[in-house]
Ligand binder design. Structure first.
Ligand SMILES: [Zn+2]
Length: 364
């Protein structure tokens, strides 16, 4: 079974207003789930609009992350108040929690992404973390959300940092799926990989313009946010589990194990993982194009003010056995890194990360 996309998608400047009648038909008593204080105003507007539709609406925020503690608490609220749907309005962690909770309780989930940082509003997947933000596992869900509301005016209010993060995460789709899945003899998987290549090209062309004009709602910006929030999700939907993540996400998952005072966004960490994946391809797979891809990506990443080293994520890999910790978690059983078509040993990963960090220290 494969769930390719949300049942209904509203997109554009007035997506939320257009979605309201359908939401009213679907639910009598929704619970709105959010997290960050910065997006409280938008959730208040969503709350008021639903009240005006005479819905018995309530809201709650995640206290930590997409973690079991929050998931259990929100499940309790929904059961106690007989809510018949969940409206997840926020970033990736909120969307992932909402989808997971709704599936557990067998109620419909409506996703309302409030930034372009992720394609979580689309996908049938939730990443589960500890309450401190350490990756635990990803869970495949039975279906994509019932309704996805991709309201450009909502997304326009998000900080540009979230857009840069979404671009890095969406770029990874091509580099990860093409190396893990290009030998799969399944037309849909091959087409999904091709979509991810077009997606990458569009982001390379429009990404910088979109970032610089993030509050203008112009064509490059619209194309970019839809690439990050919609097309990236479609690639996952069509490609299914065979259109896999690889080293970039495996390294992301490992980096989240080290708790730092400043939190970084999912795509910001994935971007660094992507550069390291390309170094591994160069070393282990003799991929001559990898060096060119790294140079090309570095130019864009710098323009988007994205971190390009683990040091810039606030972690010194040469301290506290961090290098060992990152390598061990990246290479653990069931890690996505094992989808690469060549074997990676701990010494390879340590060498690549250590060289990469030292190289960058010298340049800076
Ligand atoms: Zn991702």
């Amino acid at each position: 079974m494969q769930s390719i996309s949300p049942e209904t998608i509203f997109r554009g400047n007035d997506a939320w207003d257009k979605a309201l009648p359908q939401i009213k038909n679907l639910t009598k008593s929704p619970l709105i789930l959010g997290r960050s204080i910065q997006t409280n105003n938008l959730r208040n507007q969503i709350f008021k609009d639903l009240k005006n539709q005479n819905l018995d609406v309530n809201f709650t925020n995640l206290q930590f992350d997409c973690c079991y503690e929050d998931i259990e608490r929100v499940k309790g609220i929904i059961s106690a108040n007989n809510h018949d749907s969940l409206i997840a309005a926020g970033g990736g962690k909120v969307l992932d929690s909402g989808k997971y909770i709704a599936e557990c309780l067998n109620i419909p989930c409506i996703t309302v992404p409030l930034s372009a940082s992720t394609c979580a509003g689309w996908t049938a997947l939730s990443n589960i973390y500890t309450k401190n933000g350490q990756f635990i596992k990803d869970v495949a869900l039975r279906s994509c959300p019932k309704i996805l509301v991709y309201d450009h005016q909502f997304i326009q209010t998000a900080p540009t940092r979230t857009l840069a993060s979404g671009i890095a995460d969406a770029l990874a789709k091509w580099y990860e799926s093409s190396i893990t899945s290009s030998t799969i003899d399944d037309g849909l998987v091959q087409q999904a990989i091709q979509i991810s290549r077009v997606l990458r090209d569009q982001l390379l062309i429009n990404g910088e313009k979109a970032f610089k004009s993030a509050f203008d709602n112009n064509a490059p910006w619209r194309n970019t946010i839809e690439a990050c929030g919609l097309t990236a999700g479609l690639v996952g939907g069509i490609g299914g589990e065979k259109c896999r993540t690889a080293a970039a996400h495996a390294i992301h998952n490992a980096i989240t194990q080290i708790i730092t005072p400043n939190k970084f966004l999912h795509g910001e960490i994935v971007g660094v993982g992507l550069l390291l994946q390309l170094r591994l391809e160069e070393m282990k797979n003799n991929n001559k194009l990898a060096e060119q891809s790294i140079k090309q990506l570095l130019v864009l990443m710098k323009k988007l003010k994205l971190p390009t080293t683990i040091a810039q994520l606030g972690i010194n890999v040469f301290e506290n056995q961090n290098l060992d910790k990152i390598a061990d978690f990246t290479l653990r059983a069931n890690s996505e890194i094992h989808f690469l078509p060549f074997e990676i040993y701990k010494k390879d990963l340590i060498k690549v990360i250590a060289n990469f960090e030292q190289e960058k220290i010298k340049i800076q």
